[in-house]
Design a protein around this ligand. Structure first.
Ligand SMILES: Nc1nc2c(c(=O)[nH]1)N[C@H]1C(S)=C(S)[C@@H](COP(=O)(O)O)O[C@H]1N2
Ligand SMILES: [Mo]
Length: 306
């Protein structure tokens, strides 16, 4: 058991559907001065609507404490998922800019605060499935990747999008320590995948700004794919004509493909993907095709599973 089970885990405070109970609890905490949030953030989070359109809804939301304490973020620590949160202190995530370039009519560098003010911010509860088999369910806040794409007006030749995470050796202790990894981390999506309504940029989770260890201040969340497709702390986006190289595929093409759609029938070369382990207790449950999002994404793949 890697994670200490917090007391009371048996009764998750947030089930996958009702938002009201959660907001009430947050308001209660705020009233007691326990929430650790500025009043502005409370107001903002409370005004963010939950979009339930994509709820798969058969699993309780993972406790916030767990989702923010068990992380893959190799720029900080590649060996101990529980240590990442203790190594992010020097990481500066504000102010933040995202440079968008390549095959678009309106290339530009966005100030993240201003970008967020113009984007349709909402909350979505998504399943999350790491290729290593651990799984959780997270209430993200953010906006669809498609909303940003429309703003920059891609040219017809733009067929793929590439994302780069930030790399700052002096703020991220793993960058020097694991010199065999070629940081910055980079990932990509095909244009139709990026335009799919499920593809999301998260700037918050659990009604608060996203923690540094989860990819502050902006990270991609692509819930029908393995977790590594969602680059954290994105600072650059490029629209390109050809399938871009990706971090894990370059490291080990036999184990990590470009598409990496969750598929219980396609084992990883070193383990089966038929089951997954739900955090924090790591109970085993069956893995679902496209992580349960088949209805929204299967049409993009012509019945072909990548
Ligand atoms: N820049 C960067 N992004 C990354 C990673 C990473 O190491 N560096 N790890 C990936 C992997 S393998 C997973 S499973 C998820 C983990 O996200 P979480 O820590 O918020 O659960 O982030 C993905 N994005
Ligand atoms: Mo992962």
């Amino acid at each position: 058991m890697l994670i200490k089970i917090p007391r009371g885990w048996e009764t998750p405070e947030r089930e996958a559907t009702p938002q009201s109970a959660y907001l009430n609890r947050r308001q209660l905490l705020a009233g007691l001065g326990l929430a650790g949030l500025g009043s502005q953030m409370i107001a903002r989070a409370a005004s963010v609507k939950q979009n339930t359109e994509f709820n798969v809804g058969d699993r309780p939301v993972t406790e916030e404490w767990v989702a923010s304490a068990y992380n893959n973020y190799y720029e900080f620590d590649a060996e101990n998922k529980e240590r990442v949160k203790d190594l992010v202190g020097k990481f500066v995530t504000s102010p933040w800019t995202v440079k968008v370039s390549g095959l678009v009519n309106k290339p530009q560098t966005f100030d993240l605060d201003k970008l967020e003010a113009t984007m349709p911010i909402e909350e979505r509860i998504y399943r999350f499935r790491c290729v290593e088999r651990w799984a959780m369910t997270v209430p993200w806040m953010g906006f669809p990747i498609s909303a940003l794409i429309k703003t920059v007006e891609p040219k017809p030749e733009a067929k793929y999008i590439k994302f780069w995470s930030v790399v700052r050796p002096d703020q991220m202790p793993g960058v020097k320590r694991y010199s065999s990894y070629h940081f910055p981390y980079y990932e990509g999506l095909r244009m139709d995948e990026a335009m799919n309504p499920l593809a999301f940029f998260a700037t918050g989770m659990y009604g608060k700004p996203i923690p540094k260890q989860n990819g502050a201040p902006i990270r991609a969340v692509v819930p029908w794919k393995y977790g590594y497709k969602g680059a954290k702390s994105i600072e650059r986006i490029e629209f390109v004509a050809k399938e871009p190289p990706t971090f894990w595929n370059d490291l080990n093409a036999g184990e990590y493909g470009f598409y990496s759609n969750v598929n219980p029938n396609k084992p990883h070369p070193r383990w089966s993907q038929a089951q997954e382990m739900v955090l924090p207790r790591m109970g085993r449950v069956p893995t679902l095709l496209y992580n349960g999002y088949e209805k929204w994404v299967a049409g993009m793949y012509n019945g072909k599973e990548y």
